[in-house]
Ligand binder design. Structure first.
Ligand code: GLY
Ligand code: MN
Ligand code: MN
Length: 440
């Protein structure tokens, strides 16, 4: 995204920061083993404000400072760059990221201490990178202002997420362009994986197919570990072993998404391994599909975040009552999560953006459901999961797990489904499954 986007974002941020200061850091890199690291991916909040993806970076924001946006990056180092890749270095980084001042990362603590005599209120990310958080708190514990010189003291430490999460919940046009592109590509990858599925392949082969497709189309990473769950494995919500054979007569649930430009997609489809739904699979699938469609219709500006969940749950419960798996009334069941929790243990939606479970995770303000506004992006992902050992479940339904998940943008006039490129109607799925091939 272009530098202007980040600059506009920071203007909005400074308005909310007022006289307070803020500090945040790039994510620490994670050792995988010995001198091997996991692929580096920075902190979404840090990227959101700075546009910088490099490791070993930090930023201090303070409107009262001569340099309100101070950035700290790795200095140029020819030997380190031979081993680990190019660095912008201090001088270039200042221009590229639009900082008011840029320094080598070693200087962040010294410069931070220089802002403290002017700071009464400090915003800090809390609960994300604990080591960095504790380092800053330690500096504050050991800071003794010189009151005779009129130095101020930090008297309030605030959660930086309280400013940045609401900002991240409303996507701007640059973010939406990226998300549309990534969701379209990821949907195409799902369709390819569906086409490649046939009995006898292993879950990891379909995982390989979809992950190849994500990356071939430009994703730099997976948004989260792919869930490729045949048969009863679909009952495990976060199944990532992806090791079993795909059996004729089973369903396959794929929950996977690519990450592009650091933005996530999150898509689930469930379909028959052999390309033909059994009557029992079809009955349950229709319920989940109708539930998902009802929930998508409930996404619109002015609606409550939880309206989609209520709409989805109502259709799921009506279906479970029709199948006599549950008894009672929809109204009573809806009030009692325990009554249906065995069949629908998760929520229907979460925000989507830089993180797959994006910022703003409480979904409530002052105890009330958040009201949707244009620019929000959320998932809609109802499911039904039939335990293998629940006496209420007729034999033909046991062990079936179904989830359907799309990514939905709230628009001025309603909604836009960003992931509609992958089929979810029964006829379209049956026409597609098995029509392509896994590359060898
Ligand atoms: N893939 C994670 C989720 O659907 O929330
Ligand atoms: Mn999701
Ligand atoms: Mn998902």
């Amino acid at each position: 995204m272009n530098i202007e986007v980040f600059s506009q974002r920071r203007t909005q941020f400074f308005q909310q920061l007022g006289k307070a200061s803020a500090i945040l850091f790039a994510a620490p890199s994670q050792v995988r083993n010995d001198d091997n690291s996991f692929p580096y991916r920075t902190c979404s909040f840090f990227y959101y404000l700075t546009g910088c993806r490099e490791p070993n970076a930090a930023a201090i924001f303070s409107a009262s400072s001569k340099a309100p946006f101070q950035l700290f990056v790795q200095p140029k180092d020819s030997m380190a760059e031979v081993w680990n890749g190019r660095r912008l270095g201090v001088d270039l980084a200042k221009d590229v990221y639009g900082a008011d001042a840029c320094y080598s990362i070693e200087l962040w603590e010294e410069k931070f201490k220089q802002t403290l005599p002017h700071t009464e209120e400090l915003f800090l990310l809390m609960g994300i990178h604990r080591k960095q958080e504790n380092h800053v708190l330690d500096i504050l514990r050991n800071h003794f202002p010189n009151r005779k010189n009129g130095e101020r003291e930090v008297v309030a430490i605030r959660k930086l997420q309280s400013i940045l999460s609401p900002m991240r919940m409303v996507k701007d046009s640059g973010e939406l362009a990226l998300m549309r592109e990534n969701c379209t590509n990821s949907a195409r990858a799902h369709a390819k994986a569906m086409a490649a599925t046939r009995p006898g392949l292993f879950e990891y082969q379909i995982a390989a197919e979809i992950e190849f497709q994500f990356k071939y189309q430009g994703a730099s990473d997976l948004a989260y570990p792919s869930i490729v769950a045949g048969g009863e494995n679909a009952l495990i919500l976060h199944y990532v072993d992806n090791k079993d054979v795909l059996r004729d007569g089973d369903l396959l649930l794929i929950d996977a998404g690519g990450e592009r430009g650091l933005y996530a997609s999150d898509i689930t489809r469930t379909f028959p391994v052999n390309g033909k739904f059994s009557p029992a699979q079809r009955q349950l699938y229709e319920i989940v599909l109708q539930s998902q469609k009802a929930a998508i219709q409930a996404v619109r500006p002015g609606a409550r975040f939880h309206d989609a969940h209520d709409a989805a749950l109502r259709v799921l419960l009506e279906g479970l009552l029709r199948l006599k798996i549950l008894t009672g009334s929809v109204e009573e069941l809806m009030k009692d999560r325990k009554s249906y929790g065995a069949f629908y243990p998760h929520g229907t939606s979460h925000w989507l953006g830089l993180d797959v479970h994006d910022a703003g995770a409480t979904y409530q303000r002052s105890g009330e459901s958040v009201i949707l506004v244009p620019g929000n992006v959320l998932t809609v992902e109802p499911g039904l999961y039939m335990p293998t050992d629940d006496a209420r479940v007729p034999a033909e339904f046991r062990g079936i797990g179904i989830r359907i998940e799309d990514d939905v943008l709230v628009t001025e006039s309603g909604r836009e489904v960003l992931t509609e490129g992958v089929p979810k109607e029964i006829a379209a799925i049956e026409a597609l499954v098995g029509s392509g091939s896994v590359k060898i």
